[in-house]
Design a protein around this ligand. Structure first.
Ligand code: SF4
Ligand code: SF4
Ligand code: FES
Length: 314
């Protein structure tokens, strides 16, 4: 079957879309198609790949706006999913494009250094004895070791799309979470502090990073775990943690949110800046500051669930 690949090209300041028509062979992957184009039609087409086995992470691209590993994604599956003989291929989002489908990882590696991505062993360990831990302790972070630095989570991150300047990339939070969870590391705060400073509480919890990670990691969940760790380590509060605590207190007290007080509890006096928004909500009948929020009928059940969740560390 013949298909059309519309590939986003970039060279210098020139950006354009180029179409290639090719025959799909049995078992052909997106990477196989790119290699075929380069070898038989257009040697100038530029992309990165190495292992062809879903290990090195070098080949991630966007197909029809979704990040995939080109070497493990079968064209036949994509044609079936999109019910079309035409696919668009573009470089990962939230990266600087160097040429065609090749993106610049250096700024990401520079940011990665912020969270101190290396084990700082506790003083009780020695070179002769090594750093011992139990199987259960190992399991707490072993999944995070499977990240192959493909960048799919970065490309899909809605927070990074909005503004990546105040937000580390999703995989960087997962790296930080790995060392926070590692019982051999002597200072979880050393990894948590830079994470808080660079956006831990700004994640939108959209779950796109988890949905698109080819290795089944969940940066979104790792971010949640690190948020909990900041409370356990009694790290200084900020608007994000205050907002979470305001939610928690409201649900515990009322079984629901008290919208009228939420901004005040989260932002303190700064919430005065939200007066125009509050006024609009009042006018549309969505907010009544005189209404006293009352606990829901089954509040004790809600409190029992919260207590059980806290005890089981859910
Ligand atoms: S859950 Fe957070 S980190 Fe993950 S994609 Fe959404 S905004 Fe980004
Ligand atoms: S967390 Fe997953 S999607 Fe993100 S870089 Fe690592 S392997 Fe890729
Ligand atoms: S070429 Fe290595 S992961 Fe695809």
């Amino acid at each position: 079957m013949a298909i059309t690949l519309k590939i986003q090209r970039f060279l210098g300041e020139k950006k354009w879309e180029q179409e290639y028509r090719l025959e799909v062979e049995t078992g052909m992957t997106v990477l196989g198609a790119l290699i075929k184009i380069k070898e038989t039609m257009d040697p100038t087409l530029t992309f990165t790949a190495s292992c062809r086995s879903s290990i090195c992470g070098a080949c991630a691209v966007k197909v029809n706006d979704n990040a995939v590993l080109a070497c493990e994604t079968l064209l036949a599956d994509l044609l079936k999913r999109y019910a079309s003989d035409t696919l668009t291929i573009a470089p990962l989002g939230n990266f600087t494009v160097l040429r065609d489908l090749m993106v610049d990882w250096q700024p990401k590696y520079d940011r990665l250094k912020k969270i101190k991505p290396a084990l700082q062993p506790k003083t009780e360990f020695s070179a002769s004895e090594g750093c011992r831990q139990s199987k259960d302790e190992f399991k707490k972070y072993s999944k995070n070791s499977e990240c192959i630095l493909c960048g799919s989570c970065v490309s899909e991150c809605n927070k990074s799309n909005l503004n990546s300047k105040d937000f580390l990339d999703p995989f960087i939070f997962s790296k930080a979470a790995k060392f926070v969870a590692d019982s051999r590391d002597k200072d979880a705060v050393a990894h948590l502090e830079p994470a808080v400073k660079d956006g831990l509480w700004k994640c939108l919890n959209c779950q796109e990073c988890a949905a698109k990670c080819p290795k089944g990691l969940s940066p979104a969940e790792d971010i949640e775990k690190m948020r909990i760790a900041t409370f356990e380590k009694k790290m200084s509060s900020n608007e994000g943690s205050d907002h979470a605590m305001a939610f928690y207190d409201d649900v515990k007290e009322l079984g629901r949110l008290d919208e009228a007080k939420l901004a005040l509890k989260t932002e303190g006096l700064k919430s005065a800046l939200r007066v125009p928004v509050a006024y609009r909500l009042m006018r549309s009948g969505k907010l009544n500051p005189l209404e006293q929020a009352k606990p829901i009928g089954d509040i004790e059940k809600v409190r029992a669930i919260m207590k059980a969740a806290k005890e089981k560390k859910l």
